[in-house]
Design a protein around this ligand. Structure first.
Ligand code: NAD
Length: 480
């Protein structure tokens, strides 16, 4: 077997970059470790500014031909990529679970089918993308979505292939070429995707995948003058660094960042549903940008809600993510676990009380935690923990509920549990959030705009909003 192949969950994965239709090694590598048992998964190419330049050059060279490829042909190839994802769905699911520790059953039944759907959806949306021509004093206006050029896509580790393909699919459908840099903690499925895209007939250089650290190859990509778009999903501090390197060339940015979303539980809510929604926030070991980590409950039902919540939380099974019966897997990395525990211990020292959890579990697991007696301006209420840690605060009326809900620098999502439709409408109108769920959570459709307000992001992804970002819109006015 080649020294550049590693075998993970019985799947061979190439550990090199994929640039211009070729596998390229780097002189240095970094070690990829599984969060499940700390086992080494592979030595991965550690890209530098040199590989960044090579990948952007390959994307630039491939751009004119891909941009000129008829829409229907681009769509056909993207459907072929989706077919390839579906054919290798079990392998992708197993490799992703080994790499990021999220549940195998959700990768098989939820995430990987969504990955294929990302390609199909944007391929189909491309074919209906358009705007009615209109008349100005006898002149015809025609709006077109012109591809912008090479796009750099930088993604995090919590849902690696799902978040990457959510960007790759519209960028390629629009006629752009792409350089993807996945997170260094989860490099593997992006490499498999390169093989799948190649097998589906995507021309060389249209999709390039490079590996390495954000501060090295990531930074070099975002500072490159030939890059026409940067789309980033990740944390606020990294977004600031990317925005400042993009500023040199005024490269347009799409930013999907962190959150500290609220779950508002009113006294008129179905409390069983509200407790179910609250427990759902431990999904993916709490490593979900959208997670409603701040539970806000109307005072009169706080005790009853807490009882129903703790009953449910006690039934959660934490363990090996490859086991069908597991509900919560490990956290991604030892460093992340230390960060999570730091937040919790500082909160406890400041007077918070742990209703459940409040400590580490075995190995790389964190005990599902609910903290109460927390102040609105405290760190635990204001900062994203990105682990299975929720806080509970009470309110007495709608005004206070909205004030607490909107009282952080984030604005990604909010969930409202109420039995009163009028209240749902009033409260929703006042919430600062890119997505509001009423009596539900995580119902997502690519037809809807997705993104955050305030420090949760800049711009929206989904349907035409994605094409608006990845294209240079042009209006052509023709005289009669
Ligand atoms: P991160 O910001 O540390 O890293 C994200 C990516 O950026 C990685 O690929 C990393 O290598 C790269 N990077 C780091 N420094 C860079 C630099 N200077 N230049 C270019 N690239 C650089 O984030 P993370 O810890 O991987 O992910 C967790 C964060 O992502 C959380 O804040 C979470 O809320 C957020 N997130 C947001 C969404 C959303 O859609 N809004 C979805 C998932 C995760």
């Amino acid at each position: 077997m080649s020294e550049h192949l590693t075998t993970v969950a019985e799947v061979a994965v190439d550990t090199r970059h994929w640039i211009g239709g070729e596998r390229i090694a780097s002189t240095e590598t970094f070690t990829d470790v599984s969060p499940i048992d700390g086992g080494v998964l592979g030595e991965i190419a550690r890209g530098t500014a040199m590989e960044a330049a090579a990948a952007v050059a390959a994307a630039k060279a491939a751009f004119p031909a891909w941009a000129a490829t008829p829409r229907a042909e681009r769509a056909r190839i993207l459907h072929a990529v989706a077919d390839g994802v579906e054919r290798r769905l079990e392998e992708l699911a197993a490799v992703e679970t080994a790499d990021n520790g999220a549940l195998l059953r959700s990768h098989r039944r939820g995430v990987m089918p969504r990955v294929a759907h990302n390609f199909r959806f944007f391929a189909d949306w491309l074919l209906r993308l358009g705007h009615e021509d209109f008349d100005t004093r006898g002149h015809t206006n025609h709006v077109s979505w012109d591809p912008a050029g090479p796009c750099v896509l930088i993604t995090p580790w919590n849902a690696p292939l799902m978040l990457a393909t959510w960007k790759i699919a519209p960028a390629l459908a629009a006629g752009n070429t792409v350089v993807l840099k996945p997170a260094e903690w989860t490099p593997l499925t992006a490499s498999l995707l390169a093989d799948i895209a190649d097998g589906a007939g995507l021309p060389a250089g249209v999709l390039n995948v490079v590996q390495g650290y954000g501060s090295e190859i990531g930074h070099a990509l975002t500072a490159h003058p030939d890059v026409r778009r940067i789309s980033f999903t990740g944390s606020v501090p990294t977004a600031r660094r990317i925005a400042s390197s993009a500023a040199a060339h005024l490269t347009p940015l799409s930013l999907e960042l962190g959150g500290k979303s609220p779950l508002l539980v009113f006294a008129d809510a179905d409390l069983d549903l509200a407790a179910d929604l609250a427990v759902e926030q431990y999904d993916n070991a709490g490593q979900v940008c959208l997670a409603a980590t701040r539970i806000l409950v109307e005072e009169t039902v706080a005790e009853e809600f807490t009882r129903r919540f703790t009953d449910r939380a006690a039934r959660l099974r934490q363990g090996d993510p490859r086991d069908e019966t597991t509900d919560i897997g490990p956290n991604i990395h030892r460093r992340q676990l230390e960060k999570i525990d730091g937040f919790v211990q500082r909160a406890l020292a400041a007077g918070a009380r742990a209703v459940i959890g409040g400590h580490r579990g075995e190995g790389q697991y964190y005990a599902p935690t609910l903290l109460t007696d927390v102040a609105q301006d405290s760190e635990i209420v204001q900062e994203e923990v990105f682990g299975p840690v929720l806080t509970l605060q009470t309110f007495t009326d709608e005004d206070e509920a909205v004030r607490l809900a909107n009282g952080t620098r984030f604005g990604l999502a909010a969930t409202v549990a109420t039995g009163d439709a009028g209240r749902a409408e009033r409260v929703t109108a006042r919430l600062v959030a890119g997505t509001v769920w009423v009596n539900c959570f995580f119902v997502r459709d690519l037809k809807a705009p997705f993104g955050g307000s305030r420090h949760s992001g800049v711009g929206r992804e989904g349907a035409t909003w994605s094409f608006d970002f990845y294209c240079d819109l042009k209006n052509t006015v023709t005289a009669p």
